[in-house]
Write a protein that binds this ligand. Structure first.
Ligand code: GLN
Length: 232
């Protein structure tokens, strides 16, 4: 099919490690749901992608500064972000949740966070949620740039908990990352690719068409299953 973006190359920024959406496999290649999705859509629509693994907050800043054309990084659609970015159709349902060290038998609810430290990712929905309940539960927020840093802080006892997206927490916990959840999921914005507001409308159209065709021929479900289907 002829697409207005055919033959063009787009600079797409992403997070560093946000498995199963983007992470490096054993051979160092950037893989994950977001990576497979954008590459498959690009192949269908005839455009090229140059992926830049910048980190989440850095990716948003690069997009705001027009240094990249789009961000795909398990990025949630929010009203606040709609003021500065345009979003494609969503491709995944998400939200946030708290996780604590697997060995922790002291924290059972947000009430037990009083006086403790909660790790979040700078600029994320997890950070926003933590800020929204911080006053009520009396904890301190430690905002960092990388998922791996947040998780390490919890495991080493430098933070009591982390608030992150629940599909990502569930994936890590299933892989034995040493964390567990004790509180409910908080439904939030669904994931979509973002472009600068009023820019790259053709890329958005091409993404949406490619996503629809992946859904129609079963490739979308296959892709999600390849990362998330229970292997047992
Ligand atoms: N979904 C969350 C957000 O959009 C976190 C994304 C991420 O950490 N890569 O803020």
């Amino acid at each position: 099919p002829s697409s207005p973006v055919a033959g063009q190359t787009f600079r797409i920024a992403t997070d560093t490690t946000f498995a199963p959406f983007e992470y490096r496999d054993a051979s160092g290649e950037l893989v994950g749901i977001d990576m497979d999705l954008i590459r498959d859509i690009a192949a269908r629509e005839g455009f090229e992608v140059e992926i830049q693994s910048l980190g989440f907050n850095a990716a948003l800043q690069a997009l705001s500064a027009n240094q990249v054309d789009a961000v795909i990084a398990g990025m949630s659609i929010t009203d606040e972000r709609r003021q500065v970015y345009d979003f494609t159709d969503s491709y995944f349902q998400s939200g946030v949740q708290m996780a604590i060290a697997e060995s922790d038998d002291e924290i059972h609810s947000y009430d037990d966070l009083n006086g403790r430290i909660v790790a979040v990712k700078t600029g994320s929905e997890g950070e926003k949620y933590a800020k929204s309940i911080q006053g009520q539960y009396g904890f301190t927020i430690d905002a960092v740039d990388q998922s791996s840093t947040m998780y390490e802080k919890v495991k080493s006892g430098n933070a009591a908990a982390v608030i992150d997206d629940y599909p990502v927490l569930a994936y890590g916990i299933a892989q034995g990352n040493g964390l567990k959840t004790v509180t409910d999921k908080v439904p939030g914005g669904d994931y979509a690719m973002a472009v600068g507001r009023g820019t790259n409308a053709d890329l958005v159209t091409a993404f949406n068409r490619g996503l629809a065709s992946m859904k129609a021929d079963g490739s979308y479900d296959q892709l999600i299953d390849s990362y998330l289907a229970d292997p047992s």
